[in-house]
Design a protein around this ligand. Structure first.
Ligand SMILES: [Zn+2]
Length: 165
């Protein structure tokens, strides 16, 4: 079997539906102790597997999925962190593994820089599409992020920015 090339950009089709998971929120990455800062709480054994974290003097963060639609039906999905109000983290934690999770709606700010656009700290609203997945970024009051969420993007623009040649 020969690997199929994309008629639009020439890359292997297998490279188009990528998942790019950020290990840490950018503000935590910039903190001297990162996730080992004293007093840090993470929801799972390590930062990469965690769905929630709180770092003293840096903030509270919840994971979400940010799907970017490419032309011809492909999707690149970023596993991002959202900065949320620390006072809200407890209520998120309380429903995370419960039936009420499907009704969870979060308002936060992107805590990762999304290539090629950036958009760090852009406000975003999430919804739960699948109880077995983290919430999805749905809409934004930020015109650029809202356009990114609703648009369809050229393969080269997104795949080059995420390191696929
Ligand atoms: Zn392509």
């Amino acid at each position: 079997m020969t690997a199929a090339g994309c008629p639009s950009c020439g890359r292997l089709l297998d490279l188009h539906n990528r998942h790019v998971r950020f290990t840490l929120p950018d503000p935590v990455l910039d903190a001297p102790g990162k996730e080992t800062t004293p007093g840090t709480w993470i929801s799972h054994g390590n930062a990469r597997d965690s769905a929630m974290m709180q770092v003293p003097n840096v903030g509270a963060f919840v994971r979400a999925l940010l799907p970017i639609k490419l032309t011809e039906g492909h999707t690149v999905t970023f596993g991002v962190w959202l900065a949320v109000d620390p006072r809200e983290l407890r209520s998120v934690f309380d429903v995370w593994w419960e039936p009420e999770y499907r009704d969870l709606r979060l308002t936060g700010r992107l805590a990762n820089t999304i290539p090629p656009w950036g958009m760090l700290a852009a406000p975003v609203e999430t919804v739960v599409r699948d109880p077995d997945e983290t919430p999805y970024c749905e809409s934004s009051e930020d015109p650029q992020l809202d356009r990114v969420l609703r648009g369809e993007w050229p393969h080269d623009l997104v795949l080059t920015a995420t390191g696929q040649g």
